[in-house]
Ligand binder design. Structure first.
Ligand code: HGY
Ligand code: MN
Ligand code: MN
Length: 419
């Protein structure tokens, strides 16, 4: 069994952090300079290793170690390189760097697999920038809807198509064009990713073998419109208070979540952003407007729909009770995905052979692997421990944990690429 190139991995993590640090955390902004710097770094490293580099119309990067029989369907590994604003250094990047460290170690000891093995650096996985999920992997797989190119980045006001063009992409070829990753040309996709919760840390297991990836149902920009009024002169019964209506919505849906959980439903419910109108709200007024978001996750589509029904019901009740108007805005969904049973079994064998404790577990976070699985490509994910959660500057992956994950990745990639 070969040891991944940890020296290369550490150097890439250090350099990624240096070029991505924003003063608080790491920002690799989607189709912006931050993500571009990361892609340039990985591409340079890949060409220095002697890997074949290719970039598709959406600017996903493919670094390939040619196999001995190049006509065979290839094996893909990798993840995304963008990050949330002020995020951590390991979300996504760990999967790309793990692939690079594995291929570097194979090259060093002259190992040539039967099939091509490609590390893909995927664009735009974080849908915080554009209100579209999995832009890069959907583009690679020919799944990007035409209207997605009109989606606007929240901080620049420019469209996805414009951002792609400015970075050197060809968005117009993505709609109805041939996908860069054609389903028949790939025999498996394996994504290594940090666990973004605390299951592995708390249970002290080395590896997570993902059983399935949650789908999501989101309202990214919902509003409650009530009535601004004097905070002292307006009796309780005369108020149309948007903040009170929001507070009761949260309380009611939190209770619903507990009831559904007790009923065996697996889901999460998050109100990640809530704001009153900074230009008009103040301490001497009843709040006339609240803007907020709702993020519902589950591996079961019926559970997503059931929770959404409760959201609709609560909104109708509270509108009447408080005389406010709820506008939930656009509903955005992403599909849940199941991981390939044969690959999951292969991963357990690899973990056992490395004498590593492993845990079969669902992913509450979304991952590009869901899109590969959606197309029918056999797909699997390896989770590695990461402290302090994720989507925050304190995200902390240890290199020992990374190396365990990269070892298992190396073994499964070698096994599949020689079948
Ligand atoms: O939001 C997610 O689950 C992923 O980290 N983009
Ligand atoms: Mn991620
Ligand atoms: Mn993320």
């Amino acid at each position: 069994m070969i040891e991944p190139d940890l020296e290369l991995a550490q150097a890439l993590f250090n350099e990624l952090y240096a070029i991505g640090y924003d003063g608080i955390g790491v920002t690799r902004d989607t189709y912006g300079p931050g993500e571009q710097r990361a892609h340039d770094l990985i591409r340079l490293s890949g060409t220095e290793l002697g890997l074949e580099a290719r970039i598709d119309a959406a600017l996903n990067l493919y670094l390939t170690l040619p196999g001995l029989e190049r006509s065979l369907p290839a094996v893909l590994t990798g993840s995304h390189l963008d990050s949330v604003p002020r995020g951590g250094n390991y979300d996504g990047a760990a999967g790309v760097i793990a692939g690079m460290s594995v291929l570097a170690s194979w090259i060093k000891c002259g190992r040539r697999p039967k099939r091509d093995v490609t590390v893909i650096s995927i664009r735009a996985e974080e849908s915080v920038w554009f209100p579209v999920s999995y832009i890069g992997s959907k583009s690679a797989l020919g799944l990007l809807p035409a209207d997605a190119l009109e989606a606007v980045r929240f901080d620049t006001g420019k469209t996805l198509g414009k951002h792609m063009e400015e970075q050197g992409g060809f968005p117009e070829t993505l709609v109805n064009g041939a996908p860069a990753v054609s389903i028949g040309a790939v025999c498996a996709f394996i994504e290594l990713h940090i666990e973004q919760g605390s299951v592995l840390i708390e249970s002290r297991q080395a590896i997570g073998i993902v059983t399935g990836i949650c789908g999501s149902l989101r309202y990214r920009s919902a509003t409650i419109t009530g009535q601004y009024a004097h905070s002292g002169a307006t009796p309780r019964t005369h108020r149309h208070d948007a903040v009170v209506a929001f507070a009761e919505l949260v309380h009611e849906l939190q209770n619903t979540w507990q009831v559904l959980e007790a009923d065996g439903h697996e889901l999460t419910l998050t109100f990640g952003q809530v704001n009153t109108d900074s230009k008009q709200s103040d301490f001497s007024k009843v709040a006339g407007k609240v803007v907020f978001c709702i993020d519902i996750r589950s591996r079961d589509v019926d559970t997503l729909d059931l929770m959404n029904d409760y959201v609709q019901r609560a909104v109708a009740d509270l509108s009447a009770k408080h005389g406010v108007n709820f506008n939930l805005g656009e509903k955005i969904r992403s599909q849940p995905a199941s991981m390939d049973p044969a690959l999951r079994h292969g991963l357990t064998v690899c973990a056992k052979n490395r004498d590593l404790k492993f845990h079969a577990m669902p992913s509450g976070a979304g991952h590009d692997a869901a899109m590969f699985a959606y197309t029918g490509i056999p797909t699997a994910m390896i989770f590695i421990p990461n402290a302090n959660g994720s989507h925050n500057p304190d995200e902390q992956m240890e290199m020992d944990d990374f190396s365990n994950g990269a070892r298992v990745l190396s073994d499964i990639l070698w096994q599949i690429s020689n079948q």
